[in-house]
Each structure stands twice: as structure tokens, then as C-alpha cells.
Design a protein around this ligand. Structure first.
Ligand code: CP3
Length: 361
């Protein structure tokens, strides 16, 4: 395990992830290292997307960009990478032009034979571990560092569709036509996810987030059949493998976008410390549904950042009050309800962070 890191100067998010009361809510935003930042676009002008992911110095540089720009206002960093590095580790080609594109998607279960049978994450994804270890040092203890992976259901969708989709017709065809082959492939992906998260914890990641960004595509009973078991498999395997190495499991965060209906179930059964919520559920209602069993992360509509300073302040204040319920924040990590989008003015994000400081204490 990587050690010898600079001492952490800000553990607010770790305390909130454990469900504790905090003096104010910790805050970060999904996709905070991204195209809305001119300094990120400058790096991307010189380097391909996956080249940035695979070059630890570049991945560290873009991970640190929002931490530098918003120094003192942002309470976590997230390693620059992508959920699609797992399909790559399984042997699939993935291009980014500008969205993800798989030249050879999985069309039928026969195509599963093309995937790498055993994935050695140290060999295929060691560059992420190196980036994490370097970034822990580069952060100088300013904020904890997230590692992450995509959830099997979401990754499977990209692997089958060959990219993003509005309808997920091919993915749905698989679950209804080939349910058993789908489940076994999902579990294979889950094993790689678990090994990948374990490697990230060993390398120095201080929190781990699983992105099930396409959870909203599944009817509740289909989510329970196809996604939940794989999400559980990941949390159980990560905890067991790290315990066997005497490495404390970092807080585990699950963001199952659009599965707000599942909050009580996920709080009871998924095995995560923190559940991310999108903006389609009221924070007070979400808290009522999960009780004190888990911490919550979210949930401002990312498009509020296009509404101008007054709207950002009004909506952020409203969110803070709904999470706090008249008390100090407890077990709440402030975030957007999904990733920040490329057109946001970086100063408007700064204003959001300032409003969180003002209204969340
Ligand atoms: O700052 C961070 O949050 C860390 C880096 C990060 C990226 N992608 C960088 C990225 C993280 C955590 C992700 C996760 C990711 N990637 C998800 C889950 C989160 C979510 O938003 O739902 C998904 C579904 C992907 C797959 C993916 N990667 C898509 C659909 C796209 C293109 C869409 C778009 O935004 O244009 C990407 C590309 C990508 N990943 C970019 C970034 C900064 C933009 C591409 C670029 O730099 O040209």
C-alpha cells in the first residue's frame, strides 16, 4: 500500500461520509475537472482524452486544476480518468470523438468471447494507480482524493450500444433476450470494478465512488434484478479484499442516478456509506427515506448554474435548508445532482461554492 503522503488538512468530507455532524457541508462537484475550465481545455488542445488519463503527470495536473482555482472552497478532488477504462481493460477499443465510441460493440452473447478472460488491473490500469499516488502527493493534503469506477450496468450499456444512447434499445434487448448471459457478464464486469477500486485504495484513494449513471433506464424490478446484485458484489468484495490486507475501506459512495425510488432499499442492502441523489427528489424526503443509515450526497440541478447569480443563490439556499432541516448539516456532502456541463462559467461555479459556505453552516 502507498503511504508517506502529506498530512490531510481538511477532513470535512470524510466526517460527513461517516454520517457525522459538520460545521458546514463539504462540497465538490462531479466532473469538476472538465471542459468548463479554460485551463482544462488548454491541456486537451495538446493531448488526446485517453492520453491525459494514461499519463499520470497530466492526469494529476487536470485533477489539481479545480483545487487550485477554488482553493479553500472545494473539499474533495476526484482523480481524472473515465468510467470507460474498464471496457478498455476488458480488451475493447474505446475512442472519444468527442463522445465515447466503441468501433466493435458487443452485438450478441457470442461477442463476449472477444473479451479478456482474466483482467490483471495492475497491468491494464496501473496508470490510474500511479496517477492516484502522484496526485495524493501533489494535493499537499489540501483535500481528500476520490477514486471511482462505473457500475456494471452503466458500463454494459456503453459496451453494447457502442456509445451513449437516448433509448438504450440494444441494452434492453440483451436483458430481455439474453437475461442469463447478461447477468453473468455483469458479474464479470463487477469483479474487474472491485479489483480496480481495491487497487485505487491501495494507491491512496481516500473515498471511492461508483457511478451508475444509467440506473434511471431500468424499471424498479429490472434494476433489482440486473444492477443491484452487481453493486452489492462490488461493495462486499472491496470490503473483504481490503480487510484481508489490513487496509481500512475508504467511504464507499454510490451514485445511482434516477434510482431515487430505491433509496430505502439501497440504504439497507447495497453496502455503501453514502448515497448520491439527483435533483428529482427533495433532500428532506430523501433523508426521511434513508434515516441515519447512510450519508447523502447531492443534489442541485446542474442547470441552475446557467441561471445567473441570484438563481444560484436562491436555489443553493433552498437546497441547504432542505438538507439541514433547521439543524447543523449531518451526514451530507454537497454536490450537484449530476456532472457539471461544459458551458458553465467557472465564476458561477465559484459563486455556488461561496453560497454553500454561507448557507450550509
Ligand atoms: O472531474 C471528474 O469528475 C473526474 C473525471 C471524470 C470524467 N468522466 C472525465 C471526462 C469522471 C468521474 C467521469 C465519469 C464518467 N464518464 C461517467 C459517469 C458520470 C456521469 O457523468 O454520468 C460517464 C457516463 C462517463 C462516460 C463519458 N466520458 C461520456 C458520456 C463522455 C462524453 C460526454 C461529455 O461530457 O462530452 C466522457 C468524456 C469525458 N470524461 C470528459 C471528461 C472531462 C469530456 C471529454 C473531453 O475532455 O473532451
Amino acid at each position: 500500500m502507498a503511504t508517506d503522503f502529506p498530512p490531510l488538512k481538511n477532513d470535512l468530507i470524510l466526517r460527513a461520509a461517516r454520517g457525522e455532524e459538520t460545521e458546514r457541508a463539504p462540497v465538490w462537484v462531479m466532473r469538476q475537472a472538465g471542459r468548463y475550465l479554460p485551463e482544462f481545455r488548454a491541456v486537451r488542445a495538446e493531448h488526446e482524452f485517453f492520453e491525459v488519463c494514461r499519463t499520470p503527470e497530466l492526469a494529476m495536473e487536470v485533477t489539481l486544476q479545480p483545487i487550485r482555482r477554488y482553493s479553500g472552497l472545494v473539499d474533495a478532488s476526484i482523480i481524472f480518468s473515465d468510467i470507460l477504462v474498464i471496457p478498455q481493460a476488458l480488451g475493447m477499443e474505446v475512442q472519444m470523438n468527442p463522445g465515447p465510441h466503441f468501433p466493435e460493440p458487443l452485438n450478441t452473447p457470442a461477442d463476449i468471447a472477444k473479451l479478456r478472460e482474466k483482467v490483471d488491473v495492475n497491468k491494464e490500469l496501473g496508470y490510474v494507480f500511479e496517477a492516484i499516488t502522484a496526485t495524493r502527493k501533489g494535493l499537499q493534503g489540501e483535500a481528500p482524493l476520490f477514486g471511482f469506477c462505473g457500475a456494471p450496468w452503466t458500463l454494459f450499456g456503453y459496451m453494447v450500444e457502442g456509445g451513449g444512447s437516448k433509448t438504450y434499445t440494444k441494452t434492453k434487448s440483451w436483458i430481455f433476450k439474453y437475461p442469463e448471459e447478461t447477468k453473468s457478464l455483469l458479474l464479470r464486469i463487477a469483479d474487474v470494478c472491485a479489483d480496480f477500486l481495491v487497487g485505487q485504495a491501495r494507491a491512496g484513494a481516500q473515498l471511492l465512488q461508483v457511478f451508475d449513471s444509467n440506473a434511471n433506464e431500468l424499471a424498479p424490478h429490472n434494476f433489482i434484478e440486473f444492477s443491484l446484485p452487481t453493486i452489492q458484489h462490488i461493495s462486499k468484495t472491496v470490503r473483504a479484499k481490503l480487510a484481508a490486507e489490513n487496509i481500512p475501506t475508504p467511504p464507499l459512495v454510490l451514485f445511482a442516478k434516477g434510482a431515487n425510488w430505491a433509496l430505502p432499499l439501497l440504504a439497507d442492502e447495497a453496502g455503501y456509506d453514502v448515497l448520491g441523489i439527483d435533483w428529482c427528489i427533495d433532500p428532506a424526503e430523501a433523508r426521511k427515506q434513508v434515516g441515519d443509515k447512510v450519508a447523502l450526497q447531492g443534489n442541485l440541478d446542474p442547470n441552475v448554474l446557467y441561471g445567473g447569480k441570484d438563481a444560484i443563490e436562491r436555489e443553493t439556499k433552498r437546497m441547504c435548508e432542505a438538507f439541514k432541516g433547521g439543524k447543523k448539516p449531518k451526514g451530507w456532502i454537497c454536490n450537484l445532482g449530476h456532472g457539471i456541463t461544459p458551458g458553465v462559467d467557472p465564476d458561477d461555479l465559484k459563486w455556488f461554492f461561496e453560497c454553500v459556505q454561507k448557507y450550509s453552516s
